[in-house]
Design a protein around this ligand. Structure first.
Ligand SMILES: NC(=O)C1=CN([C@@H]2O[C@H](COP(=O)(O)OP(=O)(O)OC[C@H]3O[C@@H](n4cnc5c(N)ncnc54)[C@H](O)[C@@H]3O)[C@@H](O)[C@H]2O)C=CC1
Ligand SMILES: O=C(O)/C=C/C=C(\O)C(=O)O
Length: 508
């Protein structure tokens, strides 16, 4: 899926699931782990077997106020005056400490999500470290503009731009790639000199909490990185995004949640950066390298149990290879063995929760009711007794549905896809673009001209040709239409996490 951090260490072991110990997940505010004033908590359960991992403190207005105040104080303290070179050194240390504690992060992420160790150890945790290193390098190397001008009195003036941090950034996170997506925001925010208040998903509190230990260990000043746990509406998420002393909000998650957060951000006119839902098309032309295309689409549809916003739930295959492609993808889906995260043979983990399982299964039912041919899957796999309470679901492939069918229109966020045949490039461009979303696409062809054309014709923020989820963190990342607002990555992140101030110096 992603090889950006292949140089980073792989784990030797990971704590096994199911869990026998439980623990408490506290907020991390002003450099200290604290419980909620209200004493309210909610459960964190392991989706592999439904076992209790621990209790999570539910933040209210008091915790959000305290975290935002700590972040503001950090901006007014040594952090706000720290030279960029010193900040960069600290961020390298954060990355190194994540790598040193690789096994702890891996165990925490795997317990929260149930995803296979093989996946989390190659994607989630290495990217958690890389997100700090890359943005430390970006901020160190980025120039700003200067303009010299003549003044009316015959003198001169020098204009130069400086990048200043925005201030306190709210970072609202999803559960599908918890450490990766949280640090994708926290890395550049801190590199740019901001302070953050993170609201992790209620489903995955662990790695954001663990990062608090890392921040203290390497000497990030207190108040620079804060975490408040809680839910969304009428809880920490809403309280944070509507807090008047937050200067900007960055969010990854569902489009409807993005709309709610945008409403909150409009009070006080705070800028937002949103990466939202998708209904991404995978397109396979008859001239594609067949095996590579099957491999790419299998990953795009099923990896992380289909819980990737960049995933492919609509596949269009050129008619001459349609039947062969459907058969090959069916074999790939059926070879994905569900099982314990640490088992090397495990090909697919559970969904994140019983609630999400119910949602995905409701789409499986709708597909059946609307007349789909179920090529494979369509239900829940047989699991051994000790895993029966897990959120397991079968990878599923449908054919035969019209473009108006619910599972062809709506984001499911499960390991499933509908495959339809097409007959021409114009037809497939129309089909791919016929959605309110516009996050990404993956196109498979050996015709170079066609590949280049597709790069301009599909209305998305990200277009992969003969690849999928191949990431260079310097590139612009984000969605078009209802899939997002803004771009992050490389210097584009700086556009969101800093403001450019022009300084005009008049001289004789
Ligand atoms: N990366 C993506 O694009 C993701 C998309 N999803 C989609 O969203 C669906 C629902 O999953 P959720 O985790 O419930 O996503 P969500 O968008 O509701 O939640 C994401 C984050 O936003 C917070 N949040 C929710 N409502 C909020 C509000 N009104 N104000 C401030 N913060 C709020 C949540 O607590 C969580 O931290 C999934 O079934 C999937 O379809 C979910 C996770 C990631
Ligand atoms: O590589 C990234 O930065 C992000 C990848 C995936 C998502 O954004 C997502 O699934 O939400």
């Amino acid at each position: 899926m992603n090889d950006v951090a292949n140089d980073l260490k792989s784990p030797s072991s990971a704590r096994s699931t199911p869990h026998t110990e439980t623990r408490e997940f506290r907020h991390f505010i002003d450099g200290a782990f604290v419980a909620s004033k209200s004493g309210r908590t909610f459960e964190n359960r392991n989706p592999v077997d439904g076992s209790l991992i621990g209790q999570v403190c539910e933040g209210g207005r008091a915790e959000v106020d305290a975290a935002v105040a700590a972040a503001r104080a950090a901006m007014d303290g040594p952090w706000g005056r720290m030279p960029v070179t010193q900040r960069v050194e600290l961020l390298y240390k954060v990355a190194d400490e994540i790598t040193r504690r690789f096994d702890d992060f891996l165990a925490a992420e795997v317990a929260d999500t149930g995803k296979p160790v093989s996946l989390a150890s190659h994607i989630d945790i290495p990217r958690g470290a890389a997100n700090f290193k890359v943005f430390a390098d970006v901020i160190k190397n980025v120039p700003t503009e200067t303009f010299e001008m003549a003044t009316p009195d015959g003198g001169s003036a020098l204009n130069y731009a400086v990048r200043v941090p925005r201030g306190v950034i709210a970072v609202v996170c999803p559960w599908n790639l918890p450490l990766l997506l949280m640090t994708w925001k926290v890395g550049p925010a801190l590199a740019c000199g901001n302070a953050v208040v993170v609201k992790p998903s209620e489903e995955t509190p662990a790695t954001a909490t663990l990062l608090g230990e890392v921040m203290n260990a390497v000497g990030i000043p207190k108040g620079v990185y804060n975490v408040v746990h809680g839910l969304g509406p009428d809880s920490a998420g809403e309280f944070l995004t509507s807090h008047r002393d937050v200067n900007a909000i960055t969010f990854t998650g569902e489009t409807r949640t993005g709309e709610a957060i945008m409403g909150a951000a409009s009070k006080g006119l705070r800028p937002v950066s949103f990466e939202l839902g998708g209904k991404n098309a995978g397109i396979v032309f008859a001239d594609a390298d067949f095996d590579a295309a099957v491999d790419g689409i299998a990953r795009a549809a099923f990896v992380n149990c289909g819980q990737v916003c960049l995933g492919t739930e609509r596949v269009y295959v050129e008619r001459p290879i349609f039947d062969r492609f459907v058969a090959a993808l069916k074999s790939r889906a059926e070879a994905m063995k569900p099982g314990l995260p640490q088992d090397k043979s495990t090909g697919i983990g559970p969904l994140i929760s019983q609630e999400h399982l119910a949602k995905v299964l409701s789409y499986y039912d709708k597909a059946r009711a609307e007349g789909a041919t179920i090529v494979t899957g369509g239900g829940v796999p047989q699991m051994p007794d000790e895993l029966r309470k897990g959120a397991w679901v079968q990878p599923t492939i449908w054919t035969g549905l019209p473009e108006t069918a619910t599972v062809v229109r709506e984001e499911i966020f499960g390991p499933c896809c509908h495959i339809a045949p097409f007959d021409s490039e114009d037809e497939v461009v129309h089909l791919a673009n016929d959605t309110p979303y516009g996050l990404c696409t993956t196109v498979w062809t050996t015709n170079l001209s066609r590949g280049l054309r597709m790069g301009t014709r599909i209305h998305v923020g990200l277009c992969w040709i003969n690849s999928w989820f191949l990431r260079d963190l310097r590139t612009p990342f984000g969605g078009s239409k209802q899939s997002g607002i803004g771009r992050e990555g490389g210097v584009h992140s700086l556009e969101f996490y800093t403001e450019l101030r022009n300084v005009c110096v008049k001289y004789a």
